[in-house]
Ligand binder design. Structure first.
Ligand code: AP5
Length: 209
């Protein structure tokens, strides 16, 4: 599977980041997460105030901003032979831009994985999520408790109010990306409920590895 371009889709809390971190090691491609890139830029004091406001309140950042971020990231040597796109594309405009960027390089999306989780589980998954700021490891206070020495961060957009807005944005803008990839013949749906390891196995099966 090395050298493939894979998209991970799914609502907030579906497990995209958790699975991407496991899979990138096995597939030998980097994880390109627009959420992680934006949060790193915010932490470095380089993100414009209006973008911080959009993110923290649960809205989307404008298409041209994230398309530019991905275009830059794809120029880096580790992404030349393939990547796992996590949280991008999130609109049909972004999906079309990604196709154009890949096509310039003679590539295409090989598989788009839609991780499906019942919406009733997503608030608890996100509100109780914590991340270790030193390692980037994702934990859950109930399902995957952090070790005592972890330096935990609670994301600004992991409040119940912001998560509801993120779920609305997903339903309004991002869910349309699923039929987009279905039409391209590369969509695979994966049940995201169950143990993390069980979901990983389902994703490997969907990828055919
Ligand atoms: P982003 O960081 O992409 O957030 P998201 O898509 O909302 O996804 P999450 O990171 O919340 O969830 P996840 O699916 O990765 O779940 P995780 O593995 O952490 O984007 C954040 C914001 O940035 C956006 O709202 C927007 O403002 C902006 N942005 C980013 N990209 C953009 C774009 N392309 N266009 C425009 N704006 C953009 O898991 C969640 C929790 O569940 C964890 O605690 C985990 O431990 C737990 N968990 C995982 N798997 C399981 C399991 N199987 N069982 C039980 N618990 C589990």
């Amino acid at each position: 599977m090395g050298g493939k371009n894979i998209v991970f889709m799914g609502p907030p809390g579906a497990g995209k980041g958790t699975q991407a971190k496991i899979l990138t090691e096995k597939l030998n491609v980097p994880q390109l997460s627009t959420g992680d890139i934006l949060r790193a830029s915010k932490a470095a004091g380089k993100l414009a105030p209006e973008l911080i406001k959009a993110m923290d309140s649960g809205g989307l950042v404008p298409d041209e901003v994230v398309i530019g971020l991905i275009d830059d990231r794809m120029q880096q040597p580790d992404a030349v032979n393939g990547a796992l796109f996590d949280g991008f594309p999130r609109t049909v405009v972004q999906a079309e831009a990604l196709n154009a960027m890949l096509s310039k390089r003679g590539k295409r999306i090989d598989v788009a994985i839609a991780i499906e989780v019942d919406p009733s589980l997503l608030i608890e998954r996100t509100v109780l999520r914590r991340t270790d700021k030193r390692t980037g490891q994702i934990y859950h206070l109930k399902y995957n408790p952090p070790p005592p020495d972890a330096e935990l961060v609670h994301r600004a957009d992991d409040t119940e109010v912001a998560v509801k807005k993120r779920l609305d944005a997903y339903a309004r803008d991002t869910s349309a990306v699923i039929p987009f990839y279905e039409k391209e013949g590369v969509l695979k749906r994966v049940d995201g409920v169950g143990d993390v390891g069980e979901v990983t196995k389902r994703i490997f099966a969907a990828l055919g590895v």
